[in-house]
Design a protein around this ligand. Structure first.
Ligand code: NAD
Length: 367
C-alpha cells in the first residue's frame, strides 16, 4: 500500500520525536511491503519564525493532500519565548486550532493504557494498578460549550456571564458512529458519558447514541453520568473500554485518564474527521525544557503512528507490530529519563530519544 503522510515536526522536542516515529514507520514499510511517502511542513513557532504566522495555507494544503498527518508538538516556553508576546491569534497554539478547523477534525481519541512494566508510576491504589486498564476516550471536539454563544453583560445591576451548550443531532450521531466503529476494533464496549439528569443537551445525546447503537448489536452500550465517571476512573479504571463523551466532559475526563497512567511520554492521540483522514500526535506538549538534549521519550509519537496505521489505513497487524515493539523494549528494561522515576540506575537501562527509536526499529517483526 502507498501511504502519503504529511509530517508537522513542530517545535521543542517535536522534530526529535517525529524523526523516531518516521524511522519506525519506514521499518514497518520494509517488513510489510508498503511505500511510505513523507512530506515535512512547518507549523507553530517555527512557522512564525519563517513566515510570520503559525499556520500557512501551504501547510493546510499539504495536510489536505495527504492520507494522514503525523505531528510532533508545537509551542515554546510560554514565559520566556518571544512567540508569546504576540497577540493570541498569532501565537503557536493558534496554528493547532486553525488546522483542526481546516481539516474538520471533530473526533478526538485518547487511549489511556497502563503498561504492566510501568505500574509503579500509576498513582492509584495498588489493587487498581495491578488489574491494569486499557481505555480510549472518544471526545467530541468541535461542538458544545466551547463553541456556543457567550457574552457578559450587566443584568439587574451586576455583571452576568452566559455560555451556551449547543449540540445538533447530526453532531452527536457522527461522533457516536466513530465510537462504535472504534469499539469494534477493541473490546466491543461503549460507555457513553453525559449529565442527562440535568441537561437537555445530554438527554438528546443519550437518545441519539441509543439510536446509533441499534446498528451495532455486537457492541455493548452503557450510559454513565459524568460525575460518577470521574469517580469510577480512579476507583476501577479497568471497567472502561471506549468512553464516548461531549467536548467539555471529554476535555476533563481525558486529562484525568492520562494522569492515572502516570507517564505523559507514553500517551498517543488521534483526531479524525468523517473520512478515514486523521491527525495523529502525542498527548504531551513540546517540552522546551528538554528540547535538543536527546532525552525526550519518543514512544507517545511512535504509538500515535501506530494509531494512524490502525485508524486511517486499516493496517491492524502493522499497528500491532509497533505496539508489541513498545511492550518488548519496556520488558527488556529500557527506559528514557522520564520513565526512570525513583529507580536506581542499575535497575533499568537508561537510553536517549534516538537510541529508543533504534531499539523500537529492531523489534518491528512480521506478525
Ligand atoms: P509539556 O507536555 O510540553 O511538558 C510537561 C512536562 O513533561 C515537562 O517537564 C516536559 O519535559 C515533560 N515531557 C513532556 N513530553 C515529554 C516526553 N516526550 N519525554 C519526556 N518528558 C516529556 O507541557 P508544557 O510544559 O505545559 O507545555 C510546553 C509547550 O507545549 C507550551 O508551549 C504548550 O502550549 C505546548 N503544548 C502543545 C501541545 C500540542 O502541540 N498539541 C499540547 C500541550 C502543550
Amino acid at each position: 500500500m502507498k501511504l502519503n503522510i504529511t509530517c508537522i515536526p513542530g517545535d521543542g522536542i517535536g522534530p526529535e520525536i517525529v524523526a523516531q516515529a518516521k524511522k519506525v514507520l519506514n521499518k514497518v514499510a520494509l517488513v510489510y511491503d508498503h511505500e511510505m511517502n513523507f512530506r515535512d511542513v512547518l507549523m507553530g513557532g517555527c512557522s512564525i519564525d519563517a513566515y510570520g504566522v503559525p499556520l500557512t495555507q501551504e501547510t493546510i494544503d499539504a495536510a489536505k493532500a495527504a492520507d494522514a498527518v503525523l505531528m510532533g508538538s508545537i509551542g515554546g516556553n510560554t514565559s520566556t519565548s518571544p512567540w508569546y508576546k504576540l497577540e493570541p491569534s498569532k501565537r503557536p497554539e493558534a496554528g493547532l486550532l486553525g488546522i483542526r478547523k481546516a481539516l474538520g477534525l471533530f473526533a478526538n481519541l485518547r487511549p489511556a493504557y497502563l503498561y504492566p512494566q510501568l505500574k509503579e508510576a500509576c498513582p492509584l491504589k495498588e489493587e487498581a494498578a495491578v488489574k491494569g486498564f486499557d481505555m480510549l476516550i472518544m471526545r467530541e471536539l468541535t461542538g458544545g460549550l466551547y463553541f456556543g454563544e457567550r457574552y457578559t453583560k450587566e443584568v439587574d445591576g451586576e455583571l452576568t456571564a452566559t455560555d451556551t451548550l449547543v449540540y445538533k443531532e447530526s453532531e452527536i450521531r457522527r461522533i457516536a458512529i466513530k465510537a462504535f466503529e472504534v469499539a469494534r476494533k477493541r473490546r466491543k464496549s461503549v460507555i457513553s458519558v453525559d449529565k442527562a439528569n440535568v441537561l437537555d443537551s445530554s438527554r438528546l445525546w443519550r437518545k441519539v447514541v441509543e439510536e446509533v447503537a441499534k446498528d451495532y448489536p455486537d457492541v455493548a452500550l452503557e450510559h454513565m453520568l459524568v460525575d460518577n465517571c470521574a469517580m469510577q476512573l480512579v476507583r476501577d479504571p479497568a471497567q472502561f473500554d471506549v468512553v464516548l463523551t461531549e467536548n467539555m466532559f471529554g476535555d476533563i475526563l481525558s486529562d484525568e485518564a492520562s494522569m492515572i497512567t502516570g507517564s505523559i511520554g507514553m500517551l498517543p492521540s488521534a483526531s479524525l474527521n468523517d473520512s478515514s483522514f486523521g491527525l495523529y500526535e502525542p498527548s504531551h506538549g513540546s517540552a522546551p525544557d528538554i528540547a535538543g538534549k536527546d532525552i525526550a521519550n519518543p514512544i507517545a509519537t511512535v504509538l500515535s503512528a501506530a494509531m494512524m496505521l490502525r485508524y486511517t489505513f486499516n493496517l491492524d497487524k502493522e499497528a500491532d507490530s509497533i505496539e508489541n515493539a513498545v511492550r518488548k523494549v519496556l520488558e527488556e528494561g529500557y527506559r528514557t529519563t522520564d520513565l526512570m522515576g525513583s529507580a536506581n540506575e542499575g535497575e533499568f537501562k537508561k537510553v536517549g530519544c534516538r537510541e529508543m527509536g533504534d531499539l523500537l526499529v529492531e523489534r518491528i517483526l512480521y506478525l
